[in-house]
Design a protein around this ligand. Structure first.
Ligand code: DAH
Length: 333
């Protein structure tokens, strides 16, 4: 037993003195290895009387386990210390990528910034809509071509993915009494095959102003002011007569080409104009549908394409890039 105690003491001293890998390896070999001191003990055991051997063998095993544990701890301590010393401070660091706002979000922020400064508030509506809000309440009869299965994405029980942000008009008018002055940006869905200018999901900004005596001149003034702040003070507007079920009269809105100023270029296909969206005066049928007297209240509405503005302002020629989320594209904004 004394042998075991002094062996332990010797081992601990040697281990404490071992300051590098080689010294450590030598300690392991000298004590715990196949020809080490503990192995010698097992040999010496044979010289003991037979009845003492089992107890002594058990003692050696306990000691061996103890020494191995102490050794492992010391080894780990040394390697850790070495690991720190091995850090090469001259190596270049790992780059930290900072995120950035998605280009569409940046355009949306500009749009909402302009309209809120003009007194509009921002409203929200569900992307899963009912046919009632997406079509019926917007004066779109059941036989209207926009309602065809081939154009819209229908869900169960009268639900669908909204094809336009216009249903937010109804939701707002059901909730608050005019005067109402809101915009509603958001995603809309159509059954379109993706290509450079089509995406089954895209964004619109709806606008609605209902008050006493709102006229088409208010619509023109509001949109002109908006587009001048968006595209620059020389921007001109053109309203082309059109038809939408929820406005009367209705018009499509063009802006003078932001690249050639209207002279004609490749982007505007030499017309001088760029199509931006739809607009009009709220149809009396829509107002009566939400219990507003069209003799008392009038309003204008518009729906503008967000990607269109982003593509023009950023010079992007494929709408799909906005939804692929390739960081090589996104990090450029
Ligand atoms: N909802 C129409 C569309 O998606 C756009 C639109 C046109 C919205 C005229 C309006 C409007 O509010 O007055 O094609």
């Amino acid at each position: 037993m004394n042998t075991l105690d002094s062996l332990r003491a010797e081992f601990l001293a040697a281990l404490a003195a071992a300051a590098d890998r080689e010294a450590l390896a030598a300690v392991h070999q000298g004590w715990l290895g196949r020809k080490g001191r503990l192995q010698d003990l097992f040999k010496q055991m044979r010289e003991l009387p037979a009845e003492e051997r089992p107890a002594f063998g058990a003692q050696i095993n306990v000691l061996k386990e103890e020494l191995e544990a102490v050794f492992m701890a010391r080894q780990e301590e040394l390697l850790n210390r070495e690991g720190v010393a091995r850090v090469d401070l001259t190596l270049p660091g790992h780059p930290v990528r900072t995120g950035s706002l998605h280009p569409l979000q940046q355009i949306l922020d500009r749009i909402t910034g302009i309209f809120t400064r003009m007194g509009f508030t921002v409203e929200d509506g569900p992307e899963v809509e009912t046919e009632r809000y997406n079509f019926d309440m917007l004066n779109t009869p059941f036989w209207h071509p926009a309602r065809m299965e081939s154009d819209s994405l229908y869900l169960q029980q009268g639900h669908m993915l909204r094809t336009e942000t216009s249903p937010v008009q109804i939701r707002v008018l059901e909730q608050v009494k005019p005067p109402v002055r809101i915009i509603a940006p958001g995603r809309v869905y159509r059954n379109d095959k993706p290509d450079a200018s089509h995406s089954p999901m895209f964004m619109q900004v709806e606008g609605l102003y209902v008050d006493h005596g709102v006229t088409f001149a208010d619509l023109k003034g509001t949109l002109l002011e908006f587009y001048r702040r968006m595209f620059g003070p020389d921007t001109r507007l053109r309203f082309r007569p059109h038809f939408f079920p929820f406005t009367e009269p209705s018009a499509e809105v063009d802006v003078s080409c932001i690249f050639c100023g209207g002279a004609g270029c490749r982007v505007c296909k030499h017309s001088g104009w760029l199509e931006m969206g739809g607009s009009g005066l709220v149809d009396p049928a829509v107002l009566t549908g939400v219990d507003l007297d069209p003799e008392e209240w009038t309003g204008f509405a518009f729906g503008l394409g967000v990607e269109r503005m982003a593509m023009l302002l950023y010079g992007v020629d494929d709408i799909r890039l906005f939804y692929e989320n390739d960081w090589r594209f996104l990090e450029q904004f």
